[in-house]
Design a binder for this molecule. Structure first.
Ligand code: ACO
Length: 339
């Protein structure tokens, strides 16, 4: 009997309407378009504005679009995994809120936190639930409202991040020409000191002092993060390519976490992979943390063909990182887009 694999049978992305440009950022902190563009490749990012607007708002939009595009009944969904570091609250889970708001009455859901690697890890977990034969329709979402944890007085971080996300539908297949095939994930807790939130967790709960000290915002040492990101991602990409007898010719797309364009360029170079086959939309969205990979798949969907070989890779706070190899399951140009 052929092995059951999980195939991505649909994707949808969502970014909020408000566009924060480099020019507007230059009026908030001491920065400029030239610095941001040359260091990060980012021109604009989208921001979720308004009262009571949490990450679930974007996840719900992504799920609704996904159901519509794939003509799926919400009652047929078994499970939703939502990768995020900016859930609506510490609990309940954003996945749970989103399943309720989209009528997925037979689904259970949970959030998964692995920072920028969250979507990749969640995709692996979702695939295993399908491969086990117990779940037929699993949604994996990745979304973050990074503007809720970014200090807009800190020019070293506020230029990098944006809000947005997306979701994919996973279904079983026995077709050897599609599905999730292999992965390699890694973690190194010693990286905590380079990218973190000081307060707001159980170690240092929120106090008036922690708020005044601005300890609920992202703190980052950019250079060590850059170095670890390019080394980590290129290493696992090369290993997954070697393990599956892939080379720059047979691999159709590299889908890297959109951290910044210099990181993307360097990873492609270190993995000996041509830049024209590397997905990138960081210019428009910035780094949306768990949202970058589904947003990339969404934007490039019309160019994807059944049987295309893709490697997804990510690196994030923790440190966490990994790479995942899949064969795309459908011709993207035949899908009716909602945008
Ligand atoms: N505008 C203008 N000047 C700035 C800005 C800004 N927005 N930010 C920093 N600078 C200044 C610094 O203050 C410094 O000035 P100084 O020399 O007078 O002290 C100078 O620019 C150089 O600062 P560096 O931090 O050394 O700049 P670098 O070239 O390393 O670029 C950056 C900084 C873009 C953050 C880089 O380190 C990087 O890309 N790191 C990876 C970070 C990342 O992608 N994190 C995302 C989360 S993790 C992930 O997704 C992988």
């Amino acid at each position: 009997m052929s092995k059951i694999r999980a195939a991505i049978t649909g994707v949808h992305g969502y970014v909020p309407d408000y566009v924060l440009t480099n020019e507007e950022l230059s009026t908030i902190v001491d920065t400029n378009d030239e610095w941001i563009t040359s260091r990060t490749g980012i021109k604009t990012r989208h921001i979720l504005k308004g009262e009571d607007q949490g990450t679930s708002v974007m996840v719900v939009e992504a799920l609704k679009g996904l159901l519509k595009k794939t003509d799926t009944n919400p009652e047929d969904i078994d499970l939703v995994i939502c990768a995020t570091v900016t859930g609506d609250a510490i609990f309940p889970d954003t996945a749970n809120i989103a399943t309720y708001k989209t009528g997925m009455v037979n689904a259970f859901g949970f959030d998964l936190n692995a920072a920028c690697s969250g979507f990749l890890y969640a995709l692996t977990v979702g695939a295993k639930m399908i491969e086990g034969g117990t779940h037929k329709k699993v949604i994996v979402a990745g979304a973050d409202k990074m503007s809720s944890i970014i200090d807009y007085t800190d020019r070293t971080t506020c230029v990098i991040f944006g809000d947005g996300g997306g979701a994919v539908l996973l279904e079983p297949t026995t077709d050897p020409d599609c599905g999730i095939i292999d992965y390699m994930h890694r973690g190194d807790g010693s990286g905590e000191k380079h990218l973190y939130l000081v307060a707001g967790g159980s170690r240092k709960p929120a106090t008036v002092d922690s708020v005044i000290a601005r300890e609920h915002f992202v703190t980052q040492n950019g250079r060590p993060v850059f170095k670890a990101a390019v080394t980590g991602m290129s290493d696992v990409v090369k290993k997954v390519m070697a393990h599956n007898n892939l080379d720059a010719e047979s691999l159709d797309w590299l889908v890297p976490h959109q951290a910044n364009f210099r990181i993307i360029q360097t990873v492609a170079k270190m993995a000996d992979f041509p830049l024209e086959k590397v997905m990138s939309n960081i210019e428009r969205y910035g780094n949306t943390t768990a949202g970058t990979l589904p947003l990339c798949l969404h934007d490039y969907e019309p160019q994807l063909k059944k049987g295309d070989n893709l490697i997804l890779t990510a690196f994030g706070g923790g440190f966490t990182w990994g790479a995942l190899y899949l064969k795309w399951a459908y011709d993207g140009d035949k899908v009716k887009r909602l945008d």
